[in-house]
Design a protein around this ligand. Structure first.
Ligand SMILES: C[S@@+](CC[C@H](N)C(=O)[O-])C[C@H]1O[C@@H](n2cnc3c(N)ncnc32)[C@H](O)[C@@H]1O
Length: 355
């Protein structure tokens, strides 16, 4: 059941959106609606600062420390590949409460490594407050005053959460906007307006009623982030569909998902500020990547099987008198099952762009 704080947040977000609808002349473009619903003054991520938990499953870093341990192996390989630069650093964007950072720092400590400067960039203030000691916490990349990054930028489940435009096919492609109905109670409604230009990735024809996201912000974010990298790599994990045309043939509720509490949420226009709004990421809308692997392939490439085996051996050796450390090693088996699940997290993509 929504809390009183949730209800107040949702009412505040509706007011914010209504003002924006008025300011836009009566119809607010869908991505601006998502932006206010998630990141506005009463937005979902501004409000109670939820951790990276989604519905009844967890994001990969929230499954346990194993994901971060493998990403630390990828970082170590990148450090070598880039020739061990003195100014190598790790920047994580959309870091949530800092769970991935915590795991990577713990791995450096466990391996007796000095590690690298680590910046956790997170838009939500309450989530930033939970970041661990040892990381530099920031609200955005602009805190760097243009200083370029040498090293790696990582983002887990960020791209699906960046505000997206929404296109609908009803004989031709039109663009969804949000308006509000007169009268009480006031409701948010969708209105379709003509689309001025057809992006190259958009199929000419689609089933009547088909919907697709236009991930302009995600594409801009990748381009902008690559522009900030002097040398290095950007690595994003997310749920991805290769072509936008495939999304047009899917029931839209399968790719445009909402989450509230630990369950799937309601229609995207209901309860803004009170539920997460996410889209499957369309790979053909992003800048051309250098390496694309499934999460399963990525984790195996960077040593998850050896880490699980190491965990199994450590657990068996300590089974007669288990310690907390041994139990952590045993939990690698369960974590790996979730992270590699071909019907779940294992099917996510790990996308790399090099500079
Ligand atoms: C789905 S959560 C993922 C959190 C975490 N990476 C994980 O995997 O558990 C996405 C996070 O990205 C943050 N976010 C969205 N846009 C952002 C931006 N432009 N800069 C920094 N953080 C952003 C949101 O506030 C949210 O905490």
């Amino acid at each position: 059941m929504p809390s009183a704080a949730d209800a107040a947040g949702a009412a505040g977000a509706v007011t914010d959106i209504r003002h924006a609808i008025d300011a836009a002349g009566g119809a607010l473009r869908f991505d601006r609606f998502v932006s206010l619903a998630l990141y506005g003054p009463h937005g979902f991520y501004t409000g109670e600062g939820r951790a990276g938990r989604r519905g009844d499953f967890l994001t990969s870093p929230e499954v346990g420390p194993l994901f971060g341990t493998v990403v630390a192996a990828w970082i170590a390989a990148e450090f070598e590949r880039q020739g061990r630069p003195d100014d190598f650093e790790v920047v994580e964007v959309g870091a949530g409460p800092g769970t991935l950072a915590r795991s990577i720092l713990a791995q450096w400590r466990a391996a007796g490594e000095p590690g690298h400067p680590y910046t956790a960039v997170e838009a939500g203030e309450l989530q930033r407050a939970a970041h661990p000691d040892g990381v530099h916490s920031a609200a955005d990349l602009d805190h760097r005053d243009g200083r370029p990054i040498t090293g790696v930028v990582i983002a887990n489940e960020l791209l699906d959460n960046l505000p997206f435009r929404l296109l609908v096919f009803d004989g031709s492609w039109r663009e969804a906007h949000v308006t509000s109905s007169p009268g009480e109670p006031e409701r948010l409604l969708e209105v379709l307006l003509p689309l001025a230009e057809r992006p190259a990735w958009l199929p000419v024809e689609a089933p009547h009623g088909a919907r697709v996201p236009w991930q302009e912000s995600a594409a801009e974010w990748v381009t902008d982030t690559l522009g900030r990298l002097a040398t290095g790599r950007l690595l994003c994990f997310d749920y991805v569909t290769p072509r936008t045309a495939e999304l047009a043939t899917m029931p839209w509720r399968e790719w445009l998902r909402t989450y509230r509490g630990h369950e799937r949420g309601g229609h995207y226009l209901t309860g803004p500020g009170d539920q997460d709004v996410t889209t499957q990421v369309a790979l053909d809308q992003l800048p051309e990547p250098d390496v694309v692997r499934t999460q399963e392939q990525f984790l195996r490439r960077w040593g998850i099987d050896d880490l699980v085996e190491e965990g199994r051996i450590a657990w068996e050796a300590a089974a007669a008198a288990p310690t907390v450390a041994a139990m952590k090693m045993r939990s690698r088996v369960r974590e790996a099952e979730a992270l590699l699940d071909p019907t779940g997290l294992g099917a996510f993509l790990a996308i790399e762009w090099a500079r």
